[in-house]
Write a protein that binds this ligand. Structure first.
Ligand code: EPZ
Length: 409
């Protein structure tokens, strides 16, 4: 693959930022919003709460003048990320009745830390009929530790941070998630009049205010999409320029790519990715930011399946995020799972086959492996892909990939 690709806005920054618009009666304008099934879905959830939304050419207007605090199971179950409306509803209305999110193939994904944070702020939480029933009169700022089994929680930090913006007094979140998406949310909340310091560090301090006002914000570029295209370029022995990719958001990934022999060259606000003479094997362990992101684990596995030698990939965030292993094996990859690790014996030539996507990032990994495999690969259930990648097939075609959307048989 050769050429340039523009990185879209970040899905995982956009979703909590859309929810944050519920914290004010005034209109909010959010730019560089990716056109994805997940963002369109979040807009539907906001409308079900009474907000008005308008989406045009990457710009989303949300006006939550009058809202209710009840979010239905039928909506929430379809997208786990929607749990982050709970904090804003609790912050603004001092009550929220939100369905518990359903199951997820990559892990149990409990929300105990979200609820722990709300209770620390004085909320009374009841779980009844599959719903979270939260009331707080008033929400009171306090210090809390939000670390869990796998370390910090991204949406848990976002949820509690949003509720705390309208709490009385000061809230200190210890073991807060440091992801760039949390920093971007804090930037938007600050533009709305919130008082937040320390976002991006494990200690975030929020001084509650009476009310928030409308604001405008441009979402950060999607570091996971950028990493996915960088890996696709390396897997196809190509040279691709990632327009608008933020190297400072992807140090762990770029560092690992260099280790595998891929050259990463910043130029202006872009990144040029070029595969070196040969690919090297490498070990990868997923960790909370700034560690190697779990959302790039599957794509990296596709690349390491091409690299001669043994690579060990250890998943420390989600307990069952190896659904792509058996599908990569269908393309001829040699990968054994041992507990939290996958042992990749790389360098086997891959050959095309029909495969099944199980989740968003697994589907991206299968597309990358299909691009590197001999012959044709058919990736089924690509609705997973459309949840998190804006026009991925068109972007890949622009880079010279032979890829087409076909009706599933
Ligand atoms: C966010 O999910 C992302 N989703 C995920 O991206 C990403 O994989 C994840 O962060 C980790 O980076 C969005 O931002 C919409 P967590 P989140 O709470 O916030 C455990 C993608 O592909 N945990 O940081 O739900 C949890 O089970 C998606 O775009 C608790 O135990 O993830 C996991 O093991 C997939 N209790 C770990 O913490 C809690 O209350 C990290 O989860 C919350 C989490």
């Amino acid at each position: 693959m050769h050429g340039e690709v523009t990185v879209s806005g970040s899905k995982n920054a956009t979703l909590p930022i859309m929810a944050a618009a519920l914290l004010t009666e005034e209109p909010c304008v959010i730019r560089r919003v990716p056109n994805l099934s997940d963002t369109r879905f979040m807009a539907r959830i906001l409308e079900s709460l009474g907000a008005k939304t308008k989406f045009e050419l990457g710009t989303l207007m949300v006006h939550a003048r009058k809202i209710r605090g009840y979010a239905d199971y039928e909506l929430v179950r379809k997208m786990r990320g929607s749990i982050c409306i709970t904090g804003p509803l609790l912050g603004r209305l001092k009550q929220a009745r939100v369905s518990l999110p359903g199951g997820c193939v990559i892990g149990a994904r409990p929300i105990n830390l979200h609820l722990k944070g709300f209770e620390a702020l004085g909320a009374k939480i009841k779980i009844e009929g599959g719903y979270i029933d939260a009331t707080a009169k008033p929400l009171a700022g306090t210090a809390m530790f939000l670390g869990g089994r796998a370390g910090s929680t991204v949406l848990g930090t976002a949820n509690v941070m949003m509720a705390a913006t309208l709490a009385e007094g000061v809230t200190v979140i210890e073991s807060a998630a440091c992801e760039p998406e949390v920093v971007d949310l804090a930037k938007f909340l600050t533009a709305m009049g919130a008082k937040i310091s320390g976002a991006g560090s494990p200690t975030v301090t929020i001084t509650g205010v009476e009310q928030l006002h409308g604001a405008e914000h441009e979402v950060i570029p999607d570091r996971i999409e950028a990493a996915t295209f960088a890996i696709a370029a390396a897997a196809t022995n190509g040279e691709v320029t990632l327009k608008g990719a933020r190297a400072d958001h992807s140090r762990a990934v770029l560092d690992k790519l260099k280790e595998t022999g891929v050259s990463v060259q910043p130029r202006g606000g872009d990144l040029i990715i070029r595969r070196g003479k040969k690919l090297n094997s490498a070990d990868v362990t997923t960790l909370p930011y700034p560690g190697f992101p779990t959302d790039v684990q599957a794509q990296m596995m596709s690349l390491l399946a091409l690299a001669p030698g043994i690579s060990i990939i250890t998943e420390r965030i989600f307990e069952s995020r190896f659904m792509h292993v058996s599908e990569l094996a269908r393309l001829g990859a040699d990968i054994q799972i041992e507990g939290p690790s996958a042992i990749v014996k790389g360098g086997q030539p891959l050959s095309g086959a029909p495969v099944m996507a199980s989740d968003l990032r697994a589907s991206a990994a299968l597309v990358i492996a299909g691009l590197a495999a001999k012959g044709a690969t058919q990736v089924n259930r690509i609705y997973h892909l459309d949840r998190g990648y804006e026009g991925m097939d068109a972007k890949l075609r622009n880079l010279g990939a032979r890829i087409q959307r076909v009706k599933e048989t």
